[in-house]
Each structure stands twice: as structure tokens, then as C-alpha cells.
Design a protein around this ligand. Sequence first.
Ligand code: NAI
Length: 705
Amino acid sequence: MNATPVVTSSLAGNILVLAIDHPPVNALNVDVRRELTAAIDSAEENAAVAAVLIVGAGRNFIAGADLREFGKPPAPPSLPAVCNRIEACAKPVVAAIHGAALGGGLEIALAAHYRIAVALAKLGLPEVKLGLMPGAGGTQRAPRLIGAAAALDLMLSGRHVGAQEALALGLVDRLGHSDDVLGEGLAYTRELLAARAGTRPTRAARALVADASAARRAVEAAREQTAARSRGLFSPLKIVDAVQAALDLPFEEGLAFERKSFLECLDSPQRSGLVHAFFAEREAAKAPETQAAKVRPINSVGVVGGGTMGAGIAVAILQAGLPVVMIERDEAALARGRGHIERVYEGLVAKGRLNGQHKDAALARFTGGTDYAALSQAELVIEAVFEDMAVKKAVFAELDRVAKPGAVLATNTSYLDIDEIAASTARVSDVIGLHFFSPAHVMKLLEIVVPARVAPDVVATAFEFAKRLGKVPVRAGVCDGFIGNRLLAVYRTAADYLMEDGASPYQIDRAMRDFGYPMGPYQVVDLAGGDIGWAARKRRAPTRDPRARYVEIADRLCERGWFGQKTGRGFYRYADGARVGSPDPEVESIIDAERERHGIVPRHFSDDEIVRRLLAAIINEAANVVRERIALRPLDVDVALVHGYGFPRYRGGPMHYADTVGLEQILADLRRFEAEDPLFWQPSPLIIELVLRGAGFSSLNGGVS
Ligand code: NAI
């Protein structure tokens, strides 16, 4: 027996109250499972007990299984056995829910005979987000209780529902009137006893059989949608299969089917990737500076520049409830900036994501001007003007002049040297990079770029600010492109080499989509606008290593004015403003001509070879990024690429993926490619070192595998 019990029992009259007391969130580890089972046994044996009430101590009912137990063989009793034990109890069992009842926590509640929730309860089966499915009867009990359609929605979206919705769905029987979950639970249980309500196993609930044909239609619809929307994902289809089993099989057989499918999910690399992504995000938010330094208060924010990024950043900040002052060059540009912001809000209202009142309240927090004096009270100013060092320095000179002492001065630059920007001011220690991604009010990634001389409390403040905005922060050091854009550059270069050597852009895009990216690299170029990359290439031309191979195909397209979607042509053709392009034979002729000009005889590349090369390029450069401490840990790279660059989350990120492939394999690939182009494919010393040590990138993650 555990020294400190994690399930405490106490008698309230003839009701045995079982309180799960396993801080911080009452996760269902082996001790909780064991003690809960023993408590149900003793409730049954004790003649003084008429009913059992299960509650959570602290702020939650039960937030879920203990994720850290997933790596090991589960110690008995298993969670399904605990749920079955609760359901089989000969005396009525009531679950009183406050806070989180998620995953295994909700499965425990579903195994109880009656459920009551108080106002702030959050119920859900979010296993799908970790590549899993409910594995303790949830897929069998939930459809029987609330019907197939609602259960599928819960399990496939992984969303949380509040108490009101849970009541409407039939997930709970009662809403408590107050926040006193114990008092409400006891009152409800007494009422049930007074009404002589008996046990009521959820396995006998009739929502599925009540309308079996509707249930079948729901399963079919979910199967179709899941195949389309969750392409490449393993667990969503398993969830649909399990609900089908709930329809077709007796309860016990359905449970066995669920268990088998759950274990398959548990074993899948996707589960490992998604769990890694989950922990990596939490860890990335804990940069060293956040541990010690105190944060500066941020109650008002200035944004300089109202273009694509400035407007998006302003919306992200307004959405967090903060006031924003925007500075632009002139009234016309300011009006355009304001117009941008209004359009974003109108879009949100049109899509039903926001009501008109909320929009008006947000816009009321927005002011704009052309005089920097308006920034004198701002505690944080984010610069998002043209990507040009001279322009940026001029803006920072103004900020230096007007900003109040201690204000944090941030730049949204994509590539420029932030140390140089900082050094141009008299307040180097207040200057930091806040690199948002487009569209800034949507994309979750925020690279927090830390210049050499910034004060630690400014870094801590930036992390706190990211949290307020609901962003996923990643700490990056100063270099050309920081973490994300630096890796994007090698990915694109490797793709260009493949294209010139024989693969078509369409095959490359398809191979990367099949790997799990939402779009291939050339679709992304067409979406972002080929002119942006073209301008950057021209800017860099003078400093490019003359030994480096340079592929000119994209330049040939740009010279024709083919900038992608916005011009109707790029790597693809977009008929009549279509958003999905079709392959263009003329582009293929241009590629052929370029190959010929360089004396290249096109080779065949398999899709697998394409993926191997592009991933090897990313992983190799990422290893250098870690070695140079631009990223402090491999997991920071993983989080950046998953949240800012479409890297498939279920693969965990490029570093986690490299570990699953094995670094020896990655190094062998690099050596093979190195024979063709020793400059581009030179293996990172970090990979060589790790292979020699027999270690993976995860060994550098400080405990997060
Ligand atoms: P943009 O060209 O859409 O907007 C720039 C805005 O800055 C214009 O409205 C311009 O009038 C204004 N501006 C220029 N000089 C100014 C000054 N001295 N004072 C006040 N306003 C001034 O450019 P975009 O795309 O918004 O980029 C802005 C910054 O964000 C750049 O540093 C860029 O590298 C960076 N960035 C861009 C991303 C993108 O996807 N577009 C992604 C992440 C960062």
C-alpha cells in the first residue's frame, strides 16, 4: 500500500465518498487504479454503505491517464479492469465532476452509474491528439450512452465540452447548482437513494439501439470524413472501427476489440511522435531565462508597420485583450493597416468564430498614428516594417527616443542580425526578436530570438507574452534565418537540387505530402509568392559561396512574372483564381532546358529517395543549429518545425523522426549524398559524434524523449 493514500475514503451517512487525491491533476497511475479498486471492494462488503460517490480532490476530477506510464508495461489493475469493477459494483456509484474529466478520467465517470457535473467541469476524450483512442471502455460506453454521432465527434475531435453541453448530450445526468462539487454530489446521491434508484450499468444504456440506422449512418459518415481529413493518421480510423464494433458486437467483445486496437495505437510510431510533440511543447516554453528572471509587466503594446505581419500581430494582441497602438509611415498606410485588421475581424465574424460585440470591443482597443510619440506609454513595441536593415535601424532610433525606460523593444525580422539592430540603440539589453509567422493571428509558433546582450528578464517577459497570446514559443539564437527559416532554406535547396537532377516539382510535392506535410515545397512557394524568395536570392547573390551549386529554375519562372497563385501561374497553373494548381507542361520544359544548359542528364528518384534527401538536409542543418546553440535542444527544433512549417506532428518533428529512423541511417544517407556534393551535404559533427556514442538526439533533450 502507498504510504500516502491517493484515494481517500470517508463515510457521509451511508454514502462512501472516494476522493481521488493525486496531485497535481489526479492522473490515473497504478496507485490510483489499485486503491480505487480496493475501495469499491470494501464499499460492497461494508453493510453501512448504501452508495458510492467518486470525486476529485483539488481542482480536477481526473485529468487522464498518467502519460509517463505509457513507455512501460502497465502494472495491474489495468484501467479497463478498474472501470469494469466500478460498473459491476452492486451498490450505486455516482461520479461528481468538477474541473477536468478527460480521457481515462471520463472513462471512470462513464463506468459509474450516475454522473453530475458542476459549472466549470470540462469533459472530453482527447486521446486522438496523442495518437491514441479511449482504451478503457470509452469507445463502447460513450456511444451506448450518448449515441454514435456525438461519441464519434467527441473522440475524433478530442475537444472538451462544458457542463451544459455534457448535460445536453446526455454525458451527465445532472448539473450542480453551485461550485461545491462534494455537496452537490452528496445531495444528488441522497436523492437517488431516496428514490431507490438502483445500479445502472452504462453498458446497458440504449442510445445506440434506440436508433441503430442513424448510428450506422454516423459511423459511415465518420469513416468517410476521417479518411479525407485525417490523412495518414492511424488512430482516428481505429476509433471509427471501435464504434462500429459497439454497434455490431456484444459489450465484452467490443471491449476486447477496443483493447486490441488501443494497444496497436500505443505501439505505433505516431503515438510516440505525438506524445513527444506534446511534451516538447511544454518543455520549449521553459527557456532557462524563464526559470530565474522576473517578468516586466506588459499592459499596452505598440506595433510599428501595418502590413501583412503588423496587422496580423495586432490582431493576435487584441485577441489577448490588450490595447494596441499602431504606427505607420503616413495616413494612407495607416488606413490600409486598419483596413487589414478590420477585414480579419470581419472574416472571423463571418466564419462564426466571433460575435459582432466581441469584434467591436477588440477594435475599440485599437488606435493608430503616424507620430512615434503615441508609443511613449507602451511597455512593449513590436517592429514589423520592411525587411531592410537601414529602415529597421531608423525605426529603432525613433523607439530609442520615445519609448519609456524599461520598455521591451522587439523586431519581427525574418533574417536580419538582431545584435546589430540592438547595438544601434542606447538600450541593447531591452531589444529582442519576436518572430511571428504568417498569418500572425493564426500561426501558433513564435520564435523568441535572443540577442547576445539582451537582459534575461526581457527574455522571460517575451515567453510570458507568448503565453498570453496563446502562442507556442521557441527560444532561438541569432543567425541567418534563426531556427525555422534556416532549416527551410536547406530544405528548399535540397528540393531544387532534386528537381534539376530529375524529379519533377509535382513528384516532390506529392512525396512530401505523402510523408505528411499539408503541402509540398513548390506549393508553398506558389502560395507565398515566388517574388519574395526571388528578391531574397538577388539580395544574397553577392555573398553566396561561389562554390555552392545554384539552381536557377525558380528565377526563370519569376522572370516570366510567374509568382504563383496571385499571378495565376508559378510552378503550377491556377485557372481562374483556383487555389489548387495543376501541373504545367511549360514549367517542365523550362526545367528540361535548365538541365540541358547545365549538362545534367535527368535521373529517376523514387518518392522514398526524395523524402530521404529532403529530411536528411533538414536534420543535418538542424544538428548544426543545435551544435551552435541556436536551438538549445533538439526538441526546440521539433516544436518550431511542427508549429511553423507544417512538419507532420505525428512524426514528432525532424529530430524525433531522425531518432526513429536511427542516426546511423541518417549518417549513411548523408555520406552517400556527400559523394555528389561535399559542400552541401557535409555531415554535421554533432551527428557523427552521436553515432560514435551510440546516442540519439533525444539524449540532448534533458529527459524528454
Ligand atoms: P509589408 O511590406 O506587408 O509591411 C511592411 C509595412 O511597414 C508597410 O505597411 C509599410 O508602410 C510599413 N513601414 C515601412 N517603413 C516604416 C516606417 N519607417 N515606419 C512605420 N511603418 C513603416 O511586410 P511584412 O510582410 O508585413 O513584413 C514585415 C516584417 O516582418 C519584415 O521584417 C519581414 O521580414 C517580417 N516577416 C514577414 C513574414 C511574412 O510571411 N510576410 C513572416 C515573418 C516575418
